[in-house]
Design a protein around this ligand. Structure first.
Ligand code: SF4
Length: 265
């Protein structure tokens, strides 16, 4: 039996690595690289790999889109969205399924999902069979609070991903297509390069990074003649977010990505 631990560079999966070191005799840690992670996340993952995993972390990339998010967006000519999260399926889930098929042993997959992250995750059992993975999935942290993850890291002398201190509510791609307005405002202050990254993806797709209802329509400057609808270009969103006080922005909890798979955080 092979124990496979999903790792993304976020607090929960880092805590999961620490849990695995104490509770599994041996395990394989796997990271799905979308080519769209922040350099600080990649540096953090490299450090965890060196410090905790003896350099044995397995990094998976998409065989269909080996250059990651930019290539995916260029070929599909659209940016993923909350309703069409093909970034997760193409860049994370399918590479994992492909890799699992190459294993010559049965696998048990460990995910750092916590019930208090969302109503959806609260319904997830600690153990269940996954037909997609053709494997048993175990969630040892399902009853944990975020504070326990940080506490375990502190106890073991492992610092969290520095992006948390810079306003990121969750760590995965940078920026995630599901970034919310408050998080975006915080990140625009601490990491102005987020604007360049978003503008780059928009230029590749020739489509908006943000959904039509991300900001009020009166601030839109984009117009889609096919649908007859306006849409916000990224510069509209940046301008709106910059001039709107934080407490006027919607208070949404950081969103979760394809929660049954837990490959994004
Ligand atoms: S972290 Fe966000 S952008 Fe990255 S794969 Fe998940 S949903 Fe897509």
């Amino acid at each position: 039996m092979k124990h496979v631990v999903c790792f993304s560079g976020g607090k929960d999966s880092t805590a999961l690595i620490l849990w695995a070191k104490e509770n599994l005799s041996e395990f394989t840690a796997v990271f799905c690289d979308t080519g769209w992670e922040h350099p600080l996340t990649l540096a953090y993952i490299a450090k965890i790999n060196a410090d905790l995993l003896d350099g044995k972390l397995i990094t998976l990339t998409s065989s269909k889109y080996p250059k990651g998010m930019r290539e995916l967006v260029a070929i599909k000519k659209r940016i993923p969205s909350a309703k069409a999260r093909f970034c997760t399926s193409e860049l994370k889930v399918l590479p994992m399924i492909e890799w699992l098929k190459t294993q010559d042993d049965e696998c048990t997959i460990y995910q750092g999902i916590r019930a208090d992250e969302s109503a959806n995750r609260a319904l997830m059992p600690e153990r269940e069979w996954s037909d997609d993975y053709d494997s048993l999935v175990v969630r040892p942290l399902i009853a944990w609070k975020a504070e326990q993850c940080f506490a375990l890291m502190a106890e073991k002398g492992v610092k969290p991903n520095p992006l948390y201190l810079m306003g990121a509510g969750r760590v995965g791609c940078f920026p995630c297509i599901m970034v919310n307005q408050r998080e975006l405002k915080a990140l625009m202050k601490t990491m102005p390069d987020i604007k360049t990254a978003i503008a780059e993806l928009e230029a590749i797709a020739e489509r908006s990074f943000f959904p039509p209802n991300y900001i009020p329509a009166r601030f839109h400057t984009g117009w889609d003649p096919k649908s007859g609808m306006s849409f916000p270009k990224c510069k509209d969103v940046f301008r709106y977010i910059e001039k709107t006080d934080e407490d006027q922005l919607p208070l949404f909890a950081p969103t979760s990505c394809m929660s049954v798979y837990n490959l994004c955080e």
